[in-house]
Design a protein around this ligand. Structure first.
Ligand code: UD1
Length: 421
């Protein structure tokens, strides 16, 4: 079993380059199977969630070639089955996107129910509601989702009761080749929704309104099967480095970012007294006031404060003065990190869906365990702030979504190693 060993404290300094967005890549990759073709995709992050998708593709006979600089070429022409029930499907959340993509290509899909980070119930009722509205018949049994459109897919007007990234993606994938027009109301507005729409439009789809809460899709009978596309930068990786810089009183240039995507975090950090300068494609985080002030945070769908930066922010707030609160409105029980931070000397009270972080407590290194991807990132930041040695197990969760995490933090001056236990 691998562990991350961190000797703290350290103050991060230097430049870090952000990679391609996991949540965009895991939507764009399944989209390539809608139309048989050869796709050249740049900025694909080197993370295990992508390895998992590669395994699923290659098991189905589709070619997947790696080039330098995070570029891959995928040939989806050999795909001849709508049955995606391999074990790997249950390792990641985004495998549910194969349902929409296969439905689009073959008019039917059988997929294993998805896995992914476990921070409470992760329903798929809105995905199903979307498929049914488009004319599909859906049943769920034996851990599989069976979806079939016996009379073809027909455009429809779909209102999402809750803003859901996953349901918005799946409906877009299923609707691009449906007959007629589809409208998704109360759609997710996340940057990866816009990225997927741009990719599909490059393929010849007709999607308007991505990035707003009303997305209109005019179905087309055929898409272009030869497309090149560059995935956008990972706003959650960028946010993790911004928070790590702030928590260690560091001086860090986070490069290769889209600063617009970071506005909710930037505003909170500035409010706490962190120095931030923003350029076209970089964010400079530097010490301004110390100690940092408290904050009141409520996670929300984009453009609100991202739930995927909640655990990392909780670590930062242990370093601030006074009592801060984080109210979670997306994943109501996403607080598994709190016990681990408390083992390191933090003082966090959780009463779901709210955590009260009593700041100003010095952290000390301890053996801790990552329960999911972002909880793991929170523990890494805590290890950088703490006196002494922190040993983090559960590294496989961190590897799901952070490319070269150890090297990137080392480059910023952290004392961090990956060891085989
Ligand atoms: C995506 C992200 C994940 C992030 C989350 C919220 C990917 C691969 N993952 O997950 O990192 O934390 O968005 O920003 O992009 N819901 C329903 N019914 C459904 C689907 C969702 O009620 O059918 C609810 C969920 O319980 C949750 C909320 O909608 O409360 C948002 O979930 P959703 O946006 O769908 O998250 P994911 O797409 O799974």
């Amino acid at each position: 079993m691998e562990k991350l060993i961190i000797q703290g404290p350290s103050s991060l300094a230097g430049n870090v380059f952000v990679g391609g967005f996991k949540n965009a890549a895991v939507a764009v990759l399944p989209a390539t199977i809608i139309q048989a073709g050869v796709y050249n995709l740049e900025n694909i992050p080197d993370i295990t969630d992508i390895d998992c998708i590669e395994t699923i593709f290659t098991k189905k006979g589709m070619e997947w070639k790696h080039h330098s600089n995070n570029t891959v070429t995928i040939d989806t022409r050999a795909l001849a089955t709508h049955d995606f029930t391999d074990d790997e499907m249950s390792n990641i959340r985004a495998s549910i996107y194969f349902a929409g993509a296969l439905l689009s290509r073959f008019g039917k899909a059988v997929v294993a129910l998805p896995g992914g980070c476990n921070f409470g119930e992760r329903p798929i009722d809105l995905h199903i509601k979307g498929f049914e509205a488009l004319g599909a018949v859906v049943r769920q049994e034996y851990g599989k989702l069976f979806v079939e459109a016996p009379n073809g897919l027909k455009g429809a007007s779909i209102y999402l009761d809750t803003v859901s990234v996953g349901a918005t993606v799946n409906i877009m994938l299923a609707a691009v080749r449906a007959t007629g027009s589809t409208t998704i109301e109360n759609a997710a507005k996340e940057p990866h929704i816009v990225d997927l729409a741009n990719f599909l439009n490059n393929m010849g789809a007709k999607i308007r309104g991505a990035g707003t809460d009303v997305i209109k899709i005019t179905g087309v009978s055929e898409l272009k099967g030869h497309t090149s596309y560059t995935i956008i930068q990972d706003m959650i990786e960028a946010g993790t480095f911004m928070i790590a810089a702030a928590a260690t009183r560091g001086n860090v240039f986070i490069r290769n970012v889209i600063p617009k995507h970071m506005e909710s975090l930037t505003a909170k950090l500035e409010e706490m007294g962190v120095g931030i300068d923003t350029g076209d494609d970089y964010i400079h985080v530097f010490p301004k006031e110390w100690p940092l002030g408290r904050a009141v945070i409520k996670t929300m769908p984009y453009p609100g404060f991202p739930t995927d930066l909640h655990p990392q922010m909780a670590t930062l707030l242990t370093q601030a003065q006074g009592d801060s609160t984080i109210k979670e409105t997306v994943w109501l029980t996403r607080f598994q990190y709190a016990n681990e931070l408390n083992r390191m000397g933090a003082n966090i009270d959780v009463n779901c869906p709210v955590a009260v972080i009593h700041g100003g407590e010095g952290l000390t290194g301890a053996p801790v365990s990552a329960s999911d991807l972002r909880a793991g990132a929170a523990l890494v930041i805590a290890g950088l702030c703490a006196q002494g040695t922190t040993a983090i197990s559960g590294v496989k969760y961190i590897d799901r979504g952070y490319e070269n995490l150890v090297d990137k933090f080392k480059h910023l001056g952290a004392d961090i190693e990956r060891v085989d236990d």
